[in-house]
Design a protein around this ligand. Structure first.
Ligand code: SF4
Length: 95
């Protein structure tokens, strides 16, 4: 019998009958391309803040993956607004 696929928002579970796909949205910020305009922090302070060190935006609680910063979240919240206002389009949301 083939396993059934169940969709979830945060769990990954597997056994011989079921597996659940992790559908937590992931935010990706290509920080090296940030121009420090402050727009993301303005519309979405829950997730973005400006760095006092280099003046670029930090994606709060994110982890560095290669040149980018990534964060898995339960709800997108204001992230879409931040992605929309970013003039260099370096904030991505992956579902
Ligand atoms: S909106 Fe984009 S360019 Fe502006 S500070 Fe945020 S990440 Fe950087």
């Amino acid at each position: 019998m083939r396993p059934k696929v169940l969709k979830s928002s945060g769990l990954f579970f597997f056994n011989k009958n079921y597996f659940i796909i992790n559908l937590m949205p992931k935010i990706i910020q290509q920080r090296t391309k940030c121009i420090g305009c402050t727009a993301c922090a303005g519309v979405c302070p829950e997730f973005f803040e400006m760095s006092g060190k280099d003046g670029l935006a930090n994606l709060k609680k994110s982890k560095k993956v290669g040149d980018d910063f990534e964060l898995e979240i339960d709800k997108a919240g204001c992230i879409k607004e931040a992605a929309d206002v970013c003039p260099v389009q370096i904030i991505k949301i992956e579902n």
